[in-house]
Design a protein around this ligand. Structure first.
Ligand code: FEO
Length: 395
């Protein structure tokens, strides 16, 4: 049976995507796969909370059929328009003739602009309630967590929060619950999800969590729309989100660089030496060889970032340029940042990297450091010194 009863009368009917390795148009590497979770509540009225990515629609339909005939579905709650949660609607809706979709006003607009269907749709707002029978569902609008249409659904009788993308992880496992899985893997994937999808939205997330806390809603279970369900310790992920959203960091520096013939790599190693000697934890990556999603994850808890590039055509190299485009979008506030690199007859990479991040919200420690061709012994010592000075700037 693919449908799993997670609470009496409430079933997980979503699907596991074991093989997905790139998500969001290759902006996120999902090395452990993912899942698109959907939940079916059986009461006097029957509600389906979210659907799945379109290619998995038939699997979702088969899972629901294990529990009830599809035509019995009264409501489909669309917490989020993005296609990994709504993509099955075109296949599902003709099979659910009495189903009404409920979501925010932005959801109504967004679903229409995705599928161009005039489905029966009821707009809901924060505090609106839907009576199913013994249970009710209430809705909490959550705009920009992480799309304008996003919404959380809460079932007070079960103390169950279904927050869609929030608190999720890209993780394909046969297990369903937090108490069944390796905690370090679970938290690593939850942090990766936050860092790569939610980081720029920290202020909004913090406010929303405080709003939910102020409502004094008991929460015994958090069932997100990706990955594992939190039932043993939902507070663990709430507290982690509070810490990430506050931008709490440790004494760590991420060095990310790209090198043409190895001179910039040599500089990176020497800068790392200076940092390590000052008791700073260092993570060092050649971005041309590394997983960008992993680097961003490491950056979330780092106090400082150092970006390096050789100069090519008076500019930075293309892999670090693509990487810094992502960093710029993360708006990494309260982080110390500087730059380094080797050049030939003329420089350019360091100033171009500075230019790219000047409005990112990061605290740029200028000037960076640049040397011609291969740095000599004195210049390499200057790199160690640059690392030491950068370590001082973290205090
Ligand atoms: Fe999992 Fe924003 O979609």
């Amino acid at each position: 049976m693919a449908a799993i009863e997670i609470l009496p009368g409430i079933y997980s009917v979503g699907v596991t995507d074991w093989n997905v390795r790139n998500f969001h148009g290759h902006t996120y590497t999902t090395n452990r796969g993912s899942s698109y979770n959907a939940y079916l509540i059986i009461d006097e009225k029957i509600a389906l909370i979210d659907t799945v990515y379109g290619p998995f629609a038939q699997e979702l339909i088969a899972n629901i059929k294990e529990v009830i005939p599809l035509e019995k579905i009264d409501y489909i709650i669309a917490n989020h328009v993005e296609t990994d949660h709504s993509g099955a609607l075109p296949a599902l809706m003709p099979l659910c003739p009495k189903a009404k979709i409920l979501g925010t006003a932005k959801c109504k607009e967004g679903l229409y602009k995705h599928y161009y269907q005039n489905w029966d749709f009821q707009v809901v707002k924060t505090n609106d309630q839907l009576k199913l029978g013994r249970r009710t569902l209430s809705f909490i609008e959550a705009p920009m967590i992480h799309w304008p249409d996003s919404m959380f659904t809460y079932c007070p009788q079960e103390a169950l929060l279904m927050p869609n993308d929030a608190f999720g992880q890209h993780l394909a496992l046969s297990e369903k619950f937090d108490d069944q899985v390796d905690q370090s893997v679970l938290m690593e994937e939850a942090e990766k999800y936050y860092a790569n999808i939610l980081w720029p939205l920290g202020g909004i997330i913090l406010k929303k969590i405080q709003e939910v806390i102020s409502l004094n809603l008991p929460i015994k279970m958090i069932a997100p729309s990706h990955g594992i369900i939190w039932r043993k310790d939902p507070e663990k992920i709430i507290n982690a989100y509070i810490s990430w959203a506050k931008g709490q960091t440790i004494n760590k520096v991420v060095i990310a660089y790209e090198t043409m013939w190895g001179a910039t790599a040599q500089m990176a190693q020497k800068i790392a030496q200076g940092l390590i000697a000052a008791q700073v934890e260092v993570k060092l990556y050649n971005v041309a060889e590394s997983d960008r999603t992993e680097i961003i994850t490491q950056m979330l808890s780092a106090k400082g970032f150092l970006f390096g590039s050789s100069t090519h055509d008076n500019d930075m190299l293309p892999n670090i340029a693509a990487f810094l485009e992502i960093v710029k979008g993360l708006k990494p506030k309260n982080r110390q940042v500087s730059f380094f690199g080797s050049y030939g007859w003329a420089g350019g990479a360091v100033s171009e990297m500075q230019e790219m991040l000047k409005n990112s919200g990061a605290n740029l420690i200028l000037p960076g450091i640049a040397f011609k061709y291969n740095p000599d012994k004195t210049e390499l010592e200057s790199c160690v010194e640059f690392g030491s000075k950068f370590a001082q700037s973290l205090k």
